[in-house]
Design a protein around this ligand. Sequence first.
Ligand code: F6R
Length: 590
Amino acid sequence: MCGIVGCILNKEVAPTIIESIKKLEYRGYDSVGIATLTDKVNIKKGSGKIKEVDEKIHLTQVDGNIGIAHVRWATHGNPTKENAHPHNSCDNKISVVHNGIIENYKELREQLESEGHEFKSETDTEVIPHLIEKYMNEGNNLLHATQKTIEKLVGSYALAAICIDEPDKIIGARKESPLIVGVSPNGNFLASDVPAILNETREVIYLEDNEIIQLEKDKVTVMNNQLEPLEKEIVTIDWNPEMAEKGGYPHFMLKEINEEPQVIKDTLSESSKIKEIVSKFKNFNRICFVACGTSYHASLIGEYLIETQLHIPTEVILASEFEYFQNTLDDHTLVIFITQSGETADTLKALKTAKKISETLAIVNVVGSSITREADHVIYTRAGPEIGVAATKTYLSQLICIYLLVAHLGENDELIDKLFKIADLAEESIQREENIKKIAKKYKKSKDFFYIGRGFNYPTALEGALKLKEITYIHAEGYPAGELKHGPLALIDDGIPVVGILPPGPSYPKTYNNLQEIRARGAHMIILGSEDDKQIDDVEDKLVFNSEIDEIIAPLIYIIDLQLLSYHISVEKDIDPDKPKNLAKSVTVV
Ligand code: F6R
């Protein structure tokens, strides 16, 4: 999983390319590199985040009006300088950046080595410049050599190649990894994702699998894999560059949390479109959600809602486990795929299987992403670009879509009215931030956390724990409130922080009792509950919410405070919450 950029301009290209690749750092930050063309291929690359590498080797100080760049999330080979992209051919005339995995690279490498090619890295990618070199040596131009190369590749790729013998073009290709083209009067761009080109242009062409592109300064030619030209639509993107910037906040994550009240309104404005989509569903008697990570937690809330409100049998399958459950799908199952990026490889793979048997719906944030092009129906979550690795506003927007879906399926106007009231209640969460900061300071040194909830709020406990783990590196577990006494209660010791999610509603009495059992064993309680709840008056650390937020609506509001709690603990621990170690925003490997 990586990010790539390529561009041709009528001026020095390096400063523009490095600005662009910075916008893709959410896709990986193990290493970075750039290659430009003059009378030779000029390469600068190193391991680490872009800022660190730039400080050491000044990435923008390379000449040339044409270039490619890469940020890496290591899959094959350690995150070293040698394994950083771009990778070159033996004669150093050809340079390539690649996102994806070449599954048959070992065989290709052995073959190329037996023909005399010398490899300098451990990466799967390096077979690509050597194959292009081989085909160019046989008399093909860069375009034809790239086409012949991708015929040999098994796996996924979005790639860009340049060559000093043809210094006026970049050749790109995609299969199962995202690639877009940005078109502008000053030159043209290739990139893994839209934020990379927003400073330069909003005119975008989305490439499909098996398409090849030839990029020149004044011309963009998209072709199929037989090199026949294709007519492609140019889409105007309505995100502006500022939307992809930090907007004055110290981190993207905090900015994105603060955008949540607006995101709720934006996503609610999709209500009539969702109603229309619901009217097109065929008959179904069962629903399956498929998702990963945070999107999986959103799906779990969907399961509780559908089972309780619509009485339709529903299950939630982790996309990476989907193959073990696919055999029971039929043409009366509606399969719903939830994904922020629309590129998660496990989810995409499951969708490709499910669509052969069942009707499919995708709930996705990134317009034009791979999953939106595979599903029968698509609902866009409209959260705007999310750069922080931890999903925050996109989770909330997924939930709003799920709630709207359930409300329209059940013709439940009362639920729709409740939803339209919540944006103001979300504003109040942001106002509790000072209290959240105090709690964060108090517990920043804790080694373990528990998050406890029941019913609709059990997935909130899971999501609260996931947010804490990923950006603070503190061990955390989410549990259904009634489940602790079956084992985990043994872990409760003096001073261990336990976050109890205790909104008003039918589940309240049981959850309250479970929390008392935990408290009696010496845990430090952090309770999220109603401002009218007298029973929590004696709890020192609490976050209290408007009492209109009942247990059905609570997942949409309480989570904001849990996101803020994780954010502030992360900052207290001097961790960069936008770029937690070992993780990347878009997981395009299975
Ligand atoms: C956690 C997080 C991940 C993603 C997961 C699925 O904060 O963001 O757990 O939710 O990688 O990603 P998408 O939703 O893009 O399919």
